[in-house]
Structures are given as structure tokens and as C-alpha cells.
Design a protein around this ligand. Sequence first.
Ligand SMILES: *[C@@H]1O[C@H](CO)[C@@H](O)[C@H](O)[C@H]1NC(C)=O
Ligand SMILES: *[C@@H]1O[C@H](CO)[C@@H](O)[C@H](O)[C@H]1NC(C)=O
Ligand SMILES: *[C@@H]1O[C@H](CO)[C@@H](O)[C@H](O)[C@H]1NC(C)=O
Ligand SMILES: *[C@@H]1O[C@H](CO)[C@@H](O)[C@H](O)[C@H]1NC(C)=O
Ligand SMILES: *[C@@H]1O[C@H](CO)[C@@H](O)[C@H](O)[C@H]1NC(C)=O
Ligand SMILES: *[C@@H]1O[C@H](CO)[C@@H](O)[C@H](O)[C@H]1NC(C)=O
Ligand SMILES: *[C@@H]1O[C@H](CO)[C@@H](O)[C@H](O)[C@H]1NC(C)=O
Ligand SMILES: *[C@@H]1O[C@H](CO)[C@@H](O)[C@H](O)[C@H]1NC(C)=O
Ligand SMILES: *[C@@H]1O[C@H](CO)[C@@H](O)[C@H](O)[C@H]1NC(C)=O
Ligand SMILES: *[C@@H]1O[C@H](CO)[C@@H](O)[C@H](O)[C@H]1NC(C)=O
Length: 353
Amino acid sequence: MLDNFLFLAYFIFSAPSLPVDATLIYANTSLEDVQNAVVVTGAALNLTAQEEKFDFNLTANMPASTTTSVTTLEALPENCGAYNVPNGSECAEGMTATNVTFDDCGDPWTVCRCSNANMTMDTVVDRLGRVPVGLRRYVATIVVLGDTSTHAYTLTNGDIHLFGDSAIETWLHESMHSFDFASGTSVSNSSQWLESIGNDSCAPDDYSLTNAVEDFAQVGVMKLYSLAHYGELPYGWEPECMKNQLAYMDPLPLFNRTTLFGNTCDILGVFSGARKTQAPLYLNTSAVFPLSVSDSPYTDTDPKTTASSVSSPPAATAGSVNAGRSLHRKSLTEATVMVSIIIAAVISRVIHT
Ligand SMILES: *[C@@H]1O[C@H](CO)[C@@H](O)[C@H](O)[C@H]1NC(C)=O
Ligand SMILES: *[C@@H]1O[C@H](CO)[C@@H](O)[C@H](O)[C@H]1NC(C)=O
Ligand SMILES: *[C@@H]1O[C@H](CO)[C@@H](O)[C@H](O)[C@H]1NC(C)=O
Ligand SMILES: *[C@@H]1O[C@H](CO)[C@@H](O)[C@H](O)[C@H]1NC(C)=O
Ligand SMILES: *[C@@H]1O[C@H](CO)[C@@H](O)[C@H](O)[C@H]1NC(C)=O
Ligand SMILES: *[C@@H]1O[C@H](CO)[C@@H](O)[C@H](O)[C@H]1NC(C)=O
Ligand SMILES: *[C@@H]1O[C@H](CO)[C@@H](O)[C@H](O)[C@H]1NC(C)=O
Ligand SMILES: *[C@@H]1O[C@H](CO)[C@@H](O)[C@H](O)[C@H]1NC(C)=O
Ligand SMILES: *[C@@H]1O[C@H](CO)[C@@H](O)[C@H](O)[C@H]1NC(C)=O
Ligand SMILES: *[C@@H]1O[C@H](CO)[C@@H](O)[C@H](O)[C@H]1NC(C)=O
């Protein structure tokens, strides 16, 4: 069993404030349980960022799932209570635990919500339900908290902690971490992934440059975007300089579009370590991708077809889409390096739960 390493992800930031926020919040949030310090990672990527940050909205492209039950639990599970007063500092106002079951999975997800959380339970259920079932099945407990800044992290046990008002892209990013850690051996630490990074000249955004773990999650979100958009990347991004990273994602069974956007978390023969695998009592045969999402008219093609179109988006749109917007290319700036050092320092501690 892996120890629960803490991975930070997705601060909404302006350059000068990030290091401050990052240190203040994360030095305290879950490190009360820290007993040892072990250096695990932290090497920043020597690539350029294509864009400063993700500025697209995948909400409408990730179909909502229907809830079949939402049940308040009598007691907080331990992995939530540890962050509640008086045990932990993430929630001083008191948490409530709720089990949420969607129509695509027999196993419920436990959501622990601090009473001052910015996201309402309805928002939480909506966004969690939009994480495609093939990815959501790797997510363990969701802890939702209040804060003045929006940020989130994922533990190697698959638990996701979200502060403020996390957009769907953040939910997807953190879920990619849950997937990454699920087998007990980080996929993002595989030699093939590291080699893919080494073969490329860019990563999606500044945050991706943090390390191979964060880059894996960000490229995963890019891949999800492409699956919902005929294989195209968001406005402003092009595949060429990160084609090896995208190519690494393509054959992962996770990204089989049929099962990823399917109607059951019971996916046989696919990558071990999923945490929610009980088939729903009734299969909702209409709850399959792309549902009625009007701007996502995906045809049922082989994922391989999708993969190749990632590398070469239609010429007709590629020019006009990218022409209006000059690519934001930057090397590792001083600020990024500073952030990386802080993040590396924080994730270098081991949490024993
Ligand atoms: C972090 O913890 C220290 C003491 O350990 C405390 O002085 C400080 O106020 C805490 N910061 C936050 C943001 O909770
Ligand atoms: C990454 O893999 C190497 C061996 O290839 C191992 O020594 C190292 O501990 C791993 N790091 C993490 C964070 O799992
Ligand atoms: C980063 O990559 C550039 C170009 O590939 C290379 O010249 C430079 O030495 C690398 N820097 C580090 C710190 O590895
Ligand atoms: C993203 O899209 C959804 C649905 O289209 C919308 O409700 C939401 O406000 C959008 N979010 C942002 C940050 O624009
Ligand atoms: C604090 O932790 C203990 C031991 O895990 C647990 O029994 C208790 O419920 C927790 N307290 C709160 C308020 O969550
Ligand atoms: C709540 O969900 C958790 C996680 O799936 C499960 O272990 C637990 O049995 C559920 N509790 C109830 C009362 O349904
Ligand atoms: C969360 O809500 C509090 C008020 O309860 C507010 O002060 C804070 O700015 C909100 N955070 C975000 C990220 O909107
Ligand atoms: C990286 O590039 C080398 C040399 O071109 C190639 O042999 C290798 O297969 C590539 N690996 C990946 C994972 O992209
Ligand atoms: C994707 O999953 C479906 C359903 O399990 C399966 O029939 C299909 O062969 C898979 N596709 C690939 C490329 O593995
Ligand atoms: C099946 O899924 C669709 C799409 O999510 C939903 O609109 C419909 O209400 C579901 N049907 C049932 C019986 O839950």
C-alpha cells in the first residue's frame, strides 16, 4: 500500500499571490497528521507552456448523471473526520457526510461537506455526476470545503478535497489523479510517460510544468476535451509540440469512449484499482454519450480514429481557430520555479491516515 501522498492541484492564481496562498493553505490543511518527511518528486518539466491556464468550459460536454439516492449518513467516516474540528483544520464549522448514488453505478460516493463550503450539495452532485463514469469509478471520497480561494488536491487513496468553487475542469483534473494513483504505482511515474514528456517540447499550461504528475492530470483533461470535440483540442492549443504526451493517453483503456462515457461503473477487464465497480441495479440505456449535448455531436467511431485526429485537426478549422490567438509560449519563469519548489516541499511529506 502506498502512503497517502498529498498532491496539490489547480490553484486559481495571479502570479504574485500563488506562492503565498499555496504555502499558507497547504502547510496547514492536512499536514497535521504528518509524521515523516520523504522526498518523492518535484522535478519541474523543462518544457514550454502552450497557454497560461485552462480557460475552456467542459460543463456542457460532460453529460450529467441522474442521482438515484442521496442519503445523509449518521456518522462521518474517518477519512473525513480527520479534517473536521477538532481533529483537523480544514473544516471548523462541522461536516456532514452524504452518500450519493448515480444511475450508472451501484456503489455510492461519499461526499463530506463542510457547512461553510462554497459549493452547495446540488452543485457537488451535478459536477461529480459529470465526471464520466469510466473515470469517476476511480474516485474515492469527496471532501468539500469553504475558502476564499479555489483550489483542490487529491490523496493517493483517491480522496479528493475541493475548496471554494471548483469548476468541472478541476474535478476532472483531480479525478485524473485518483486514476493515476489507483493501481498503487503511479501511471505518471511510468518510464513511458516520462519518456513521452522528454520527447515533447511543450505541455498544456503553466500548471502542467509543475511535475510529471500534474502534467499527466492536465493532459488527461485535454484528452477528455478532445474526446468530446471530434478529436480537436481547445481554442488556442495545438497538438504538435505535445503529441507524444497525447499519444500516451490514446491507448489507455480509461479513454475507451464507449466505457468512459457509458452507463455503468462495472467495466470488466479494464485497469485495476477502480474504487466503484458495482453495476447499477438497472442499466439506463439512454444514459450513454453523447446524450443530448448539442455541441458535441460525436459519431461512434473507433477511439483510434479519434486519436489520429488529435494529431491532425481538420485543416479548415485549424488555421482560423488558431489564427486569432497567438500561442502563449513561455519557458519556465522564475515564478513557476518558485511555485514548483513550494509545491515540491509540500508534497514531499507523507500523510499517515
Ligand atoms: C497554520 O498553523 C499555524 C500554527 O501551526 C498557525 O499559526 C497559522 O495561523 C495557521 N494558518 C492558517 C492559515 O490556518
Ligand atoms: C518513480 O519510480 C521510481 C522507479 O522507477 C521510484 O524510484 C520512485 O520512488 C517513484 N516515485 C514515485 C513518486 O512513485
Ligand atoms: C532544457 O531543455 C533545453 C532544450 O532542450 C536544454 O538546452 C537545457 O539544457 C534543458 N535544461 C535543463 C535544466 O535540463
Ligand atoms: C460553464 O458552462 C456551464 C453550462 O453551460 C455554465 O452553467 C457555467 O456558468 C459555465 N462556467 C463558467 C465559469 O463560465
Ligand atoms: C475525530 O477523530 C475521531 C477518531 O477518528 C473520530 O471518532 C471523531 O468523530 C472525529 N471528530 C470529528 C468531529 O469528526
Ligand atoms: C456509503 O458509501 C460508502 C462508500 O461507497 C459505503 O462504504 C457505505 O457502506 C455507504 N453507507 C451507507 C449507509 O450506505
Ligand atoms: C466562499 O464563500 C465565502 C463566504 O461564505 C466567501 O467569502 C469566499 O470568497 C467564497 N470563495 C470563493 C472562492 O468564492
Ligand atoms: C521517444 O523518442 C524516441 C526517439 O525518437 C523513440 O524511440 C521513443 O519511442 C519515444 N518514446 C515515446 C514514449 O514517445
Ligand atoms: C471499448 O469498450 C467496448 C465495450 O467494452 C469494447 O467493446 C471495445 O472493444 C473497446 N474498444 C477498444 C478499442 O478497446
Ligand atoms: C436515463 O439517463 C438520462 C440521461 O442522463 C436521464 O435523462 C433519464 O432520466 C434517465 N432515466 C432514468 C429512468 O433514470
